[in-house]
Design a protein around this ligand. Structure first.
Ligand SMILES: Cc1cc2nc3c(=O)[nH]c(=O)nc-3n(C[C@H](O)[C@H](O)[C@H](O)COP(=O)(O)OP(=O)(O)OC[C@H]3O[C@@H](n4cnc5c(N)ncnc54)[C@H](O)[C@@H]3O)c2cc1C
Length: 399
């Protein structure tokens, strides 16, 4: 997404642009494809967008895909598997959180006074994890902070940076419901983000060089002078700008001395081919379960398990059976296991801990005509589509 955003924003600024992509498809970690086993199109994973994501919304406007978005009210449903209890939180408009004053709109078994603990995040240190702040409020930790943190940071509460969560809250919950609306693509992410980006580039006569992987960068006098790809080599002038919008592993290859995070977190997604009409549309969180978030799509339902590293080597069929057992309880379905597809994205994001964020904040001394884009480069925000799009736009700012 960061590469496409860089390219589309370059067109807008009338820059000449050439794009190189290692694989045969665009989209990277946000892509859709026709799954032969299920006979339907699915996304690699479920991507949740908030109405606060203004860079995402402006980008959709630029590439002409805003009409493919579905926008839902800022209401978050939850289902607790142990006590079979469901509830929802609806965020009111405006910065004052009136929703916590309504008992039926709060996490069950919490009182108004519990929510005073939220103030702790306002004064968090950059070294704090979410668990450091909320370990002594078990209910809110497991029923509010954990689903939020796993969903937004793909990192467990005992690892996740409270500072990054605070920055997300400042743009969403603390501003009120208008900024917490749930955005989903009408069909899938290729139709909303990837194909319209490619069409926009094609219309502006920009081609993507697919299957052309960057292997090496030659640097002379602190300027990139050559890019060596598997197919060809490109000379780079001092006045050209190279925007590296690859995962951070590429930066490590070029500059082995830079210390970068090495811990990645998996997101596991399982798509069940079943049509369901549900009051939880378009998604709900699950508690005391393996499943974390369940997305209800037109022709399937899709379950996300975040920070799922423990399942990297687990048998997909076994995972499917266990998760179906959980999901079928929510919908009170007696149906046997539907057809499914399991996708494990083992490098969905890096582990967004205070220690790893500091390493990224310390990157410096890059060649003068080299810039970085990519979700991980937005030092104060998590790895998201919003960050990827913003990074592409920011990489073009002329100092
Ligand atoms: C399963 C899953 C669920 C997610 N859920 C959410 C969510 O709910 N909300 C949200 O906002 N975000 C979510 N994300 C994160 C979001 O998808 C990413 O932040 C975003 O897609 C990252 O885009 P990017 O361009 O920075 O990186 P990438 O998508 O990784 O793009 C990097 C590109 O560089 C190419 N490349 C790599 N090496 C080379 C090379 N040597 N030469 C040339 N090209 C190269 C790759 O092929 C790829 O196309 C999720 C991610 C996953 C995997």
């Amino acid at each position: 997404m960061a590469g496409l955003s860089t390219a589309c924003h370059s067109v807008k600024k009338n820059f000449d642009v050439e794009i190189f992509e290692a694989t045969k498809n665009a989209g990277g970690r946000c892509r859709s494809f026709y799954d032969k086993k299920l006979g339907i199109e699915i996304d690699n994973g479920n991507h949740l967008i908030f109405s606060a994501n203004s860079n995402f919304l402006n980008y959709c406007k630029l590439i002409g895909s805003k009409n493919t978005l579905k926008i839902y009210e800022p209401k978050f449903h939850f289902f607790d598997l142990i006590n079979q209890h469901d509830w929802s939180i609806k965020i009111n408009d405006g910065p004052l959180p009136f929703w916590i004053f309504n008992k039926n709109n709060r996490v069950p078994d919490t009182s108004l006074i519990d929510y005073l603990s939220f103030l702790k995040i306002l004064v968090c240190k950059e070294t704090d994890t979410i668990s450091d702040l909320f370990y002594n409020n078990k209910i809110l930790l497991t029923s509010f902070w954990e689903p939020l943190t796993l969903g937004v940071l793909n990192s467990s509460c005992d690892q996740a940076s409270a500072y990054l969560i605070l920055n997300v809250l400042k743009k969403t919950f603390f501003k009120g419901g208008k900024f917490c609306k749930i955005i989903q693509p009408e069909q899938n992410w290729n139709k909303t983000l990837i194909n319209p980006s490619l069409e926009y580039l094609k219309k502006n006569k920009i081609n993507l060089n697919y299957n052309n992987s960057l292997k090496k960068i030659i640097i002379k006098n602190n300027f990139v002078s050559e890019l060596i790809f598997n197919k060809d080599t490109k000379k780079v002038k001092k006045e050209d700008m190279v925007i590296l919008s690859t995962p951070m592993s590429m930066l490590k290859k070029i500059f082995p001395n830079i210390i970068l995070p090495t811990e990645n977190n998996t997101i596991l997604n399982i798509h069940f081919k079943i049509k369901i009409k549900s009051k939880y549309n378009p998604l709900f969180g699950m508690l005391n379960s393996i499943s974390h978030w369940v997305f209800i799509k037109r022709d399937h339902i899709s379950v996300t398990v975040s920070a799922a590293n423990r399942m990297n080597d687990s048998d997909s069929n076994e995972i499917a059976k266990k998760i179906w057992l959980e999901v079928s309880q929510v919908f009170k379905l007696k149906k046997k296991l539907p057809e499914y597809q399991v996708i494990k994205e083992k490098k969905a994001t890096y582990n967004q801990s205070p220690k790893n964020i500091k390493l990224i904040q310390e990157i410096k001394n890059l060649p003068k005509n080299l810039r970085l884009a990519g979700d991980w480069t937005q030092k104060n925000f998590p790895c998201t589509i919003e960050s990827a799009i913003l990074s592409g736009k920011n990489s073009l700012i002329i100092n």
